[in-house]
Design a protein around this ligand. Structure first.
Ligand code: TYM
Length: 333
């Protein structure tokens, strides 16, 4: 069976619909036929300078949302990145194999650094993709289910893996592949349907958070930006707003886009939005109840995470030992 690894940052109280459709639903689907490892990447979240109490709370909330979406700790490993110190250790080794120019070309870093200015940007934000590569390479990962925005980071991870193998021996690490499902790889902002849905969007009105009040969510869908035509048709260039709504509708209902187009022939945008709002609310209501159930019992949640960390560490530790050895670090005994 092939190995899956993926993670999300606990940088918000709630995941959003982009995280859910772009990644989390794939995670859940892949558990059946693969050995899956899912991580709450709290070390990555430190790059945004969170308040300590808030970070702790968001780490649990993120794990609770994985569980509520259907990540099953009986089949998959679910853990918190900082509980497995091998991540930070391998990241250092990899950072010494990463070109400064290579890291400087990461577009997410360039975008964030441009907003924050040189003095507001940390070295951690710069080396963030190297830590991500360490996450993936520690577990001999074959496939990494992510959204489109992580493609460049995955390319860097592959380059680093190939470099290690050519410098230090051909099976030092496994070269992973991105698993990006085209239809839902990029969910767009409801108010600005050419920009990706993101927690750092300027207006909250374009965002659907999984833990938002369903009434607010319904309202945001009804006021989503569309276009001045009337026809309900999937056409990302001419009709990005409607296409995004169709993508979300299709992914949540399991009805393909062509069938939806037929179903809405002769109907108006208002009908589509009203029905989609219902589909989304019907998904969110039980999801939120499940999240609240997990959060009501933090000690059980912590026990799941502790067990996951033990299992993850058992897999990570031999990889780290091998890389230490291949790089020429003197063994302790
Ligand atoms: P993060 O926390 O920003 O996002 C988590 C996942 O959600 C996907 N995603 C989207 N997919 C579709 N449409 C959107 N609008 C959208 N917004 C976000 C992301 O692609 C991601 O899959 N660097 C990673 C976290 C990470 C990681 C890893 C991932 C750290 N180590 C190892 C995989 C493997 C990140 O910031 O994701």
């Amino acid at each position: 069976r092939s190995r899956i690894f993926s993670g999300m940052q606990p940088t918000s109280d709630s995941l959003h619909l982009g995280n859910y459709l772009g990644a989390l639903t794939q995670w859940v689907a892949l558990q059946d036929d693969h050995d899956a490892i899912y991580c709450v990447v709290d070390l990555h979240a430190l790059t945004v300078g969170p308040d300590p109490a808030v970070l702790r709370e968001r780490t649990r909330r993120t794990a609770a949302q994985y569980l509520a979406a259907g990540v099953d700790p009986a089949r998959s490993i679910l853990f918190v990145q900082s509980h497995v110190p091998e991540h930070a250790e391998l990241a250092w080794l990899l950072s010494c194999q990463t070109g400064y120019g290579e890291a400087s070309r990461m577009t997410q870093f360039k975008d964030k650094a441009a907003k924050q200015g040189t003095d507001g940007t940390t070295v951690g934000l710069f080396t963030y993709p190297v830590l991500m590569a360490a996450d993936i390479l520690l577990y001999g990962t074959d496939l990494v289910p992510v959204g489109e925005d992580q493609r460049q980071h995955l390319e860097l991870t592959r380059d680093l893996a190939q470099r290690l193998n050519s410098r230090f021996g051909k099976d030092t690490v496994v070269v992973p592949e991105a698993h990006i499902v085209k239809a839902t790889a990029k969910i767009y902002d409801l108010q600005e349907p050419t920009a990706k849905m993101s927690k750092s969007a300027e207006s909250p009105n374009g965002l659907i958070e999984l833990l938002d009040d369903p009434k607010v969510v319904a309202k945001r869908i009804r006021s989503a930006v569309t276009d001045t035509e009337r026809e309900i048709r999937f056409d990302t260039a001419a009709k990005p707003g409607i296409s995004n709504l169709l993508t979300i509708y299709s992914a949540l209902s399991g009805t393909d886009v062509a069938t939806l187009e037929r179903q809405y022939e002769g109907k108006g945008y208002g009908d589509l939005k009203k029905d989609l709002a219902e589909v989304v609310v019907d998904f969110l209501t039980p999801f939120q109840a499940r999240v609240n159930g997990y959060l009501a019992d933090p000690s059980s949640l912590d026990a799941v995470l502790a067990d996951g960390a033990d299992r993850a560490r058992e897999l990570a530790s031999p990889t780290l030992d091998r890389v230490y050895d291949r790089l020429g670090l003197l063994p302790r005994r």
